[in-house]
Design a binder for this molecule. Structure first.
Ligand SMILES: Cc1cc2nc3c(=O)[nH]c(=O)nc-3n(C[C@H](O)[C@H](O)[C@H](O)COP(=O)(O)OP(=O)(O)OC[C@H]3O[C@@H](n4cnc5c(N)ncnc54)[C@H](O)[C@@H]3O)c2cc1C
Length: 420
């Protein structure tokens, strides 16, 4: 046990809450600071809820520079970078381009796999502990390919790499795909099925974990913003927050897309862009699925959550703002009937779109580890499209780091000072 040491978690999204959980379990006195009311609007809440060991290819991968450049001129594309003159964005873009190669994919894929596989295992444990409070489903994920060209590409690329890394990927034809998902008609050339993938209902997970943390004695300061630090002799002595200066032995940065701004005053550079995504949730879908689907060419995720059905997607690099762009939401709605012809635009009429900001590092890997210049400050942010999948493994690794144990996953590639 470690009951003497205190830790402040700066940001109460899914990474902050999971870090709090594994630290409290390890015996730390944990306080969470969250600038919003009760964490009800963090990025995970409106996410697709995938737990995805299948996502072994980082966003920074071959072909993405050209695609990003081409898509920059279309605000309806799945990945959209709003052109603007901003030094941080230019540097991020330059670093991103440098990582769009096969060598980086080869290095990053085993780390992403391990973070997601451990995450999945820990979600199963958490489901057990909370009495299945968050509707964990372990039926797998199907990447639906509308065209044969996309299916061949998926089979030779992602499926081959996943199988090589021990993540089972089955290439299915149209008939086999429909047989695996009897919930609605599917009109595709085929799919790649990943049986190990799972999904959950994020709007149930976050409150369930918060209740569990309160029972474990974790303190929450809601409506509390971090705005600075008191640093002394290579360590943090206190965090300045709107609830006053808070002193602790250890500090964990879990501010998602806001993490770089939260570091202001510490002279730490943490390249990150907010990747906005949208989701639409049907409360009473006319057809319900048994497993989660990815509409591959259009990059739209479809996830059954209890009785509800959620459609989410798009990646929009347009700075930190919550502005909803109707043309990007429409792009999600338009994609659906191409793959699932029993759905139509009417299904979405009157549905309020949700938006959230993914914290996207330029190499597609999270920042996880102690900062060189401030040894009691640990980064746990930058999980991009996989923050739900990796939240429990990240939390467990944060506790291993703070306990001074050898991390159970090699963190060399995740060093938060790698771009300093
Ligand atoms: C449409 C969409 C679909 C997605 N689908 C999936 C999926 O299926 N599977 C998956 O694995 N991932 C998915 N993701 C990604 C995932 O949701 C994110 O990676 C993850 O939620 C990031 O969590 P976080 O805790 O790092 O950040 P956040 O959720 O952004 O949490 C950071 C918290 O810090 C708080 N904060 C900010 N500034 C301050 C401050 N100054 N002081 C105090 N608190 C502060 C914020 O209010 C926020 O609550 C999806 C994302 C989107 C947008």
């Amino acid at each position: 046990m470690n009951s003497q040491r205190s830790v402040v978690i700066c940001g109460g999204g899914i990474i902050g809450l999971c870090s709090a959980y594994y630290l409290a379990r390890a015996g730390f006195r944990v306080t969470v600071l969250e600038r919003k009311a009760d964490g009800a609007d963090s990025c995970a809440q409106g996410s697709a809820g995938y737990i995805s060991p299948s996502h072994v290819i980082p966003l920074a991968s071959p072909g993405m520079v050209w695609k990003g450049f081409k898509w920059m001129f279309s605000s309806r594309s799945p990945f959209y970078i709003q052109p603007r003159l901003d030094g941080e964005l230019l540097r991020w873009g330059w670093l991103f381009a440098r990582h769009c190669n096969q060598a980086h994919v080869r290095r990053a894929a085993p780390v992403l796999r391990d973070l997601c596989l451990v995450g999945r295992k820990l979600f199963v444990e958490l489901a057990d502990i909370t009495g299945d409070a968050f509707e964990l489903k372990t039926e797998g994920l199907m990447n639906l390919c509308k065209t044969q060209e996309a299916l061949d590409h998926e089979a030779g690329g992602l499926a081959a790499l996943a199988n090589e890394l021990g993540v089972e990927a089955r290439v299915l034809n149209a008939g086999q795909t429909s047989a695996l998902e009897p919930g609605t008609k599917i009109d595709v050339a085929g799919s790649v099925y990943f049986p190990i993938d799972a999904h959950l209902t994020p709007r149930k997970f976050m409150p369930a974990l918060t209740s569990l943390l309160k029972e474990m004695g974790v303190k929450f300061h809601w409506n509390t913003s971090v705005y600075g630090w008191h640093a002394e002799g290579g360590r943090i002595a206190a965090v300045h927050s709107t609830a006053g200066n808070i002193h602790a032995d250890e500090y964990v940065l879990t501010g998602g897309s806001w993490s770089p701004a939260m570091l202001e005053g510490l002279k730490i550079r943490l390249p990150m862009q907010a990747g906005k995504g949208y989701s639409l949730t049907l409360a009473q879908p006319r057809f319900q699925l048994t497993k989660s689907l990815l509409l591959k060419e259009r990059r739209v995720a479809v996830t059954p959550m209890g009785n509800q059905l959620r459609f989410g997607g798009t990646m929009e690099i347009s700075g930190i703002n919550e502005r909803i762009r109707p043309e990007r939401v429409q792009q999600i709605i338009d994609a659906v009937p191409h793959y699932l012809p029993e759905f139509n635009a009417q299904d979405f009429s009157g549905i309020e779109p949700w938006s959230g900001l993914r914290p996207v590092s330029p190499d597609g890997l999270p920042y996880l580890g102690r900062f060189r210049g401030h040894r009691n400050l640990t980064a746990a942010c930058g999980h991009a499209m996989l923050g739900v999948s990796m939240a429990p493994s990240t939390g467990q690794l944060v506790s291993e780091i703070l306990l001074g144990r050898k991390p159970s996953i090699d963190l060399a590639l995740l060093n938060p000072d790698r771009f300093a």
